[in-house]
Design a protein around this ligand. Structure first.
Ligand SMILES: [Zn+2]
Length: 335
């Protein structure tokens, strides 16, 4: 899935720099808090951008109207850029940069290859990854829900392979648009990225957000896309993986019912299943996950992106994700 074409790296001339501006819009950032946790990093050629673990940055490259392909590389992940046309504005290329919840804090290069016919050049940006404060959860679950027997372990491994294979294919077209839908309007537990200690043993961090809702509640697709695979897996239960194009996937787990089939086209807000408690869950809830070019990001960062009603992203900082209330955190449901 990930290809990183090697291109001639060309230092940008002063003239080019005046022609090229890049704007990175941050979703849910507290700059003061951000920098209090991390040492300041050297400034990049075109400025420095930052986000916390699990966040999504919108990167805009302007002044490359004639480019035929724009592609970024960040921490070995490929970031495809797409063209944005707005009446009365210069054309620009936009890329969604996902910061994985486990990317080590630090400063990394976002290298952007710009191709125009036979010509190629590379832009370079510094991106500061700041630490997010994730919760630590101590869970006590029945032993068979935590430790798989040999048969269960083999099943789990096969299921992982099945998902990996299905997701190796992705739509090269951008299918999503700027209006993201919250799949279930329920109780957000705020446990994205939580470090989990199950029965005293450290486990994988929680790679999505859990939303508590009554059994049978409608679950909507967050945006337009293609159903890449539907599953019934040991941990995730009945689930749907939607491919929104350009390496962006959303996932919906623990469903009681799946209402779509592999290959179906879905639109934002379309009901694709019902809330359930299948797989490793102790009560009905939706596990909502998002992968962006391989990075596991907080799905709610999509709703916070500065795209509203099809408008061009503006330089405003999006509303930060509200902290869950203690009551919301108390939902005893995992995976
Ligand atoms: Zn979950």
């Amino acid at each position: 899935m990930m290809t990183t074409p090697t291109q001639t790296s060309v230092r940008i001339s002063r003239l080019d720099r005046t022609l090229i501006t890049a704007v990175v819009l941050l979703a849910s950032i507290f700059p003061v808090e951000l920098f209090s946790h991390t040492a300041s990093a050297p400034k990049g050629h075109d400025g420095q951008y930052s986000g916390k673990q699990g966040q999504v940055l919108v990167v805009k490259v302007k002044g490359e109207e004639q480019a035929t392909e724009v592609k970024g590389t960040f921490l070995k992940r490929t970031i495809p850029f797409f063209r944005e046309f707005r009446p009365g504005e210069p054309d620009g290329y936009i890329g969604l940069l996902g910061i994985d919840m486990q990317d080590e804090p630090g400063t990394y290069e976002l290298a952007v290859d710009v191709k125009q016919g036979e010509d190629a050049k590379q832009l370079s940006f510094n991106v500061l990854v700041a630490k997010e404060k994730f919760h630590v959860e101590h869970l006590t679950l029945p032993k068979d829900k935590v430790d798989l027997d040999e048969k269960g372990a083999a099943r789990w491994k096969a299921e992982q392979g099945q998902v990996k294979q299905a997701l190796a294919e992705n739509s090269r077209l951008k299918l999503w648009h700027s209006n993201f839908v919250e799949p279930v309007n329920g109780k957000r537990t705020g446990i994205f990225g939580s470090v989990r200690i199950m029965n005293g043993q450290p486990r994988n961090p929680h790679n999505g957000e859990d939303i508590g809702a009554p059994l049978g509640t409608d679950v909507a697709a967050t945006n337009d896309g293609i159903v890449r695979i539907t599953v019934d897996h040991i941990f995730s239960g009945k689930g749907v993986f939607v491919d929104h194009g350009l390496g962006f996937y959303s996932m919906y787990f623990h469903l009681s019912e799946v209402l779509v089939k592999d290959g179906d086209l879905v639109t934002a807000g379309q009901i694709i299943g019902k809330v359930g408690a299948t797989g490793r869950a102790t009560g009905p809830h939706l596990h909502w996950g998002v992968k962006l070019n391989g990075a596991r990001v907080n799905p709610y960062s999509l709703l916070d992106l500065p795209f509203k009603n099809g408008a061009t992203p503006s330089a405003t900082v999006a509303t930060p994700t509200p902290e869950p209330t203690p009551a919301q955190k108390a939902v005893p449901i995992k995976e």
